[in-house]
Ligand binder design. Structure first.
Ligand code: PLP
Length: 392
């Protein structure tokens, strides 16, 4: 039975068109793009076309695109490049709600003697802009703020932030892994210096990422070796995946407005249905500025894992904010930073849609959920308390 896959912020299905485009480069066209012969050279040209497709999706120049191994590598590279390019500056600013690809790298820098400021967010997951400005000083090498949060979908004011930092001459990186392909991004009018994206979040395969580096930005490579990617990221290219990513970007670019509309219709249908049919349910985060495909919902007085296990019995895939996508047993650092109450953090579920989901899949979840929640609340000590005290 085909799963009802509502975990697209974790990873997405490879689009059939992407797979088709990739297959020849996993079979007949196996030359090394760095080789002198025509057999390899034709692959070099094909990589160039992919670079153009990626650049077109985000309003960049092809030479500003560096192919990497994943979103995590892009994030690590951007931060490392900033501190290496400005060796006298020992301060980095980020937020408390970043993905571990940024957060843990900043913890690593902290252990190496750098000063790191972790900006707080409010109860809607919005950034404290005044605090951002207050935190900047002459020692600041980089500000790194994610474009959209992977757990709540909340979108940060990247245009405003990038313009403020540009005026002050501070380097700015944004982790746009969850945003690219879901919301339009045009780097021609968005003065960010570096931006990360990841193929497997937009229907390309896993193991391919991009770091955009604006022309003229000081850059220091993280992976050192051969001359690939104009000396900015060594290692023989992951040819098939680069070509797959190019195709995925073309698909996303060709269908931008319609896709945003389709995804938000699915998300709103699910959210409205669940809010109507289950009591004590709340949506976490800013519901205006957020990704069209994501909703983070807390079912109070139940454990998120228990909900996921029951959904799994119906072959419905989602993820929870309690034991979290990372597989750790810690409750979500994102929801805790927002001050979401304990009982709601533990009962939070993230549903994330893609172009391959349908209304009938959403309706299946809405139909099944009330009985799952009712049953789990009867078993839960929090739920029993709540049931015996209806006025609280
Ligand atoms: N940044 C964000 C916001 C993410 O959601 C993810 C993956 O979930 C990453 C970075 C890491 O990307 P990758 O899995 O390609 O390393």
């Amino acid at each position: 039975m085909k799963p009802v896959y509502l975990d697209n912020n974790a990873t997405t299905k490879v689009a059939p068109e992407v797979l088709e485009e990739m297959l020849p480069y996993l079979s007949d066209f196996y030359g090394n793009p760095s080789s002198m012969h025509t057999f390899g050279g034709q692959i070099h040209r094909k990589i160039g076309q992919s670079r153009e497709s990626v650049a077109a999706l985000i309003g960049a120049l092809p030479e500003e695109i560096i192919f990497t191994g994943c979103g995590t590598e892009s994030d690590n590279t951007a931060i490392m490049s900033a501190v290496e390019s400005f060796p006298r500056k020992k301060h980095v600013i980020t937020t408390r709600v970043e993905h571990p690809a940024v957060l843990n790298f900043c913890h690593h820098l902290g252990r190496k003697g750098y000063r790191v400021t972790y900006l707080p967010v409010n109860s809607l997951g919005q950034l404290d802009m005044a605090m951002l400005l207050k935190s900047i000083d002459e020692d600041t090498a980089l500000v790194s703020v994610m474009y959209a949060n992977n757990e709540t979908g909340v979108i940060f004011p990247i245009k405003e932030i990038s313009e403020l930092l540009r005026e002050r001459g501070i380097l700015f990186h944004t982790d746009a892994v969850q945003a690219v392909g879901k919301v339009p991004i045009d780097l021609k009018s968005l003065p960010v210096d570096m931006l990360s994206l990841s193929g497997h979040k937009l229907h390309a395969p896993k193991g391919i990422g991009v770091l955009y580096v604006r022309k003229g930005t000081r850059f220091s490579p993280y992976i050192i070796g051969g001359h690939q990617e104009s000396g900015r990221r060594a290692g023989t290219e992951n040819v098939a995946s680069i070509i797959g990513l190019g195709k995925a970007c073309q698909l996303a670019n060709g269908n931008k407005e319609a896709e945003v509309h389709y995804l938000s219709t699915l998300r709103d249908r699910l959210e409205e249905g669940l809010l109507k049919c289950c009591p004590d349910v709340r949506v976490n985060g800013d519901v205006i500025n957020r990704l069209p495909n994501t909703t983070n919902i807390s079912f109070e007085y139940v454990e998120g894992e228990a909900i996921l296990l029951r959904l799994n019995e119906y072959n419905i895939c989602a993820s929870s904010g309690s034991a979290c996508t990372s597989g750790s047993l810690e409750p979500s650092h994102v929801l805790r930073s927002m001050g979401v109450p304990f009982t709601a953090v533990h009962g939070s579920i993230r549903f994330s849609m893609s172009r391959y989901n349908t209304d009938s899949e959403i309706d299946k979840v809405i139909e099944i959920m009330p009985s799952i929640i009712k049953e789990l609340r009867q078993l839960s000590p929090f739920g029993r308390e709540k049931l015996s005290c209806p006025s609280s």
